[in-house]
Design a protein around this ligand. Structure first.
Ligand SMILES: NC(=O)c1ccc[n+]([C@@H]2O[C@H](COP(=O)([O-])OP(=O)(O)OC[C@H]3O[C@@H](n4cnc5c(N)ncnc54)[C@H](O)[C@@H]3O)[C@@H](O)[C@H]2O)c1
Length: 327
């Protein structure tokens, strides 16, 4: 462990990334308070932590103020995939902006260090590859993804203004595509989509010609990056990209998943959704230099663990306990 136990707040703690983060923070001996309104997260994601006396979960919507005593805040609450953040776009902007104001206000009152889970979506449909942190992005302010992209951009602005104006200790990480167990099965993201389709023996839907690339970071690596960022010197505020720079065309990903699951599914092609970027890949030079971080888990291993999770989910029929059902 090597350092003192802290009281740590994780917003969005019952979500995909949040639940893994809570687990890791508890393993380090910290007291963890998770807050979540269960919009896309669920209690099952943290059920195994409930008998740990250092863990507590509270149903709370971060668009409302929260008064708790903590030393550090990881602000992860926000629906993260297009199907979820476009379900109620006004609420999405609110979670990002009003939620950030509430959490920054809390950090200011209790003098906590605060980390914002920002996103590669702040780069929009980038004209530069890979994207370094200095790239200012190319976002359509009135498109269907704007509620998320602009909400997250504004949250970054708020973090830096709170630092300038109130001297807050802030950390901003821009997370790129992350995958792993406890991803939402119906989030429409490519990894979960392909795996669920493969396990159900349904057609595998490839958008466009399948040659658009993405780079995927396994959840354990990402959580390691978040914790290193929080532990870094106060001068390291970010924004810092966290993601896997190894790019892969979607058609290749589909074939790897088909091989791993041994599915009889076929690939079918569909038109690309609006504002869908053709390529997205992080430049992680800063994370390497400032945090000594880079992804370590191989795609094949990560996919295997994720397939295993979804296989169990399908067998246990727990899938039905998600707020968002498959239409
Ligand atoms: N997973 C990725 O690839 C990825 C990529 C970029 C950024 N991020 C960011 O990381 C964070 C976590 O993403 P995730 O993949 O774990 O998604 P997730 O949907 O699994 O987790 C988000 C959690 O926030 C909760 N939540 C939503 N609105 C809330 C509100 N108003 N009050 C309290 N809780 C609320 C949800 O119920 C859920 O548990 C998000 O901020 C997301 O934008 C994730």
């Amino acid at each position: 462990m090597g350092y003192l136990s802290k009281r740590i707040l994780v917003t969005g703690g019952a979500g995909f990334l949040g639940s893994h983060l809570c687990e890791r923070l508890l393993a380090e001996g910290h007291d963890v308070l998770a807050v979540d309104n269960y919009f896309t997260g669920r209690r099952e994601n943290v059920a195994h932590l409930l008998n740990n006396p250092r863990f507590e979960i509270m149903r709370h919507d971060i668009t409302f103020p929260l008064h708790v005593e903590v030393d550090e805040i990881y602000n992860l609450a926000c629906p993260a995939s297009p199907v979820h953040y476009q379900f109620d776009p006004v609420q999405t902007t609110k979670v990002s902006v009003v939620g950030a104001i509430n959490m920054l206000g809390l950090a200011k009152r209790v003098k906590a260090k605060i980390l914002q889970a920002s996103t590669s979506e702040v780069y929009g449909d980038p004209t530069m590859h890979p994207q370094p942190e200095e790239y200012r992005g190319s976002v359509n302010t009135i498109g269907p993804r704007a509620c998320y992209d602009e909400g997250k951009r504004c949250a970054e602005t708020l973090f830096f203004d709170y630092k300038r104006q109130h001297n807050l200790r802030i950390k901003v990480v821009r997370i790129f595509n992350t995958y792993g167990p406890r991803m939402h099965p119906n989030d429409g993201r490519v990894v979960s989509n392909f795996i669920m389709q493969a396990l159900r023996g349904e057609d595998i839907t490839l958008f466009g010609d399948g040659m658009q690339t993405r780079a995927f970071c396994y959840v354990d690596d990402l959580i390691d990056g978040l914790m290193r960022m929080m532990a870094a010197d106060d001068a390291v505020t970010g924004p810092i990209n966290l993601g896997n720079p190894e790019e892969l065309p979607m058609a290749h990903l589909a074939r790897r998943i088909m091989a791993l699951t041994g599915t009889p599914s076929r690939i079918v092609f569909r038109p690309l959704p609006a504002d869908d970027p053709m390529q997205r890949c992080p430049d992680i030079g800063k994370a390497r230099a400032l945090l000594g971080w880079e992804p370590a888990v191989q795609l094949e291993d990560g996919l295997m663990r994720t397939v295993e999770y979804f296989r169990r989910l399908l067998m246990s029929k727990e899938e039905g306990s998600y707020f968002f059902e498959k239409k």
